[in-house]
Design a protein around this ligand. Sequence first.
Ligand SMILES: Cc1cc2nc3c(=O)[nH]c(=O)nc-3n(C[C@H](O)[C@H](O)[C@H](O)COP(=O)(O)O)c2cc1C
Length: 182
Amino acid sequence: MKSEPTTLDQMWDWADSALTRGVRDRRHPARHPVLATLGPHGPEQRVLVLRGWDGASVRLQTDAATAKVQELSADPRCSLHIWVPRHALQLRLTARAALTHGSADDWDRMPDHAREVYGGTPTPGTPMPHAEAFEPGAELGRYMILTLSCSRMDVLHLGPNLHRRALFSNDAEGWHGTWIAP
Ligand SMILES: Cc1cc2nc3c(=O)[nH]c(=O)nc-3n(C[C@H](O)[C@H](O)[C@H](O)COP(=O)(O)O)c2cc1C
């Protein structure tokens, strides 16, 4: 168990290392962030696998036929939520998503079972007469990468005696943070 983050640099380091661990470690809670988007019925949320973090942007993967792709095409604003219980750390990232098709090289390296989440009939969200009516499939054209360019990160640490919260903003000079009331 780490001690407590007492400086803004440590708050940032805790957040950055949670995201880095989430990409590498399947058992880390940051592996499964919740992505929130704006849909026609209001806010929508769902769990995704965290695939990449480079210090400023997050990479996720999805089926191009899902509702989230339509939602992000209409409005790229989104947010990502992560809770790391053992570090009592909550991260809330504000971002804009860019949508690109996954590469054929990455597709070729993917095992068959992993490809099957990008495809299938009918497309996600379509009503079906029964649960078994879905036919799995793997379609390179539906393999989509979501790149979330993060403009803000709200980091909350629940300490035993003090709750600390910092807001980091990303501009042309990089990330800078300030303490805010928890
Ligand atoms: C543990 C877990 C991991 C998931 N990982 C992904 C993922 O990486 N990409 C994805 O598109 N959906 C993933 N899903 C499914 C989504 O949560 C969601 O049900 C699906 O993408 C349809 O979402 P939408 O209709 O809002 O677009 C995952 C679900 C769970 C429970």
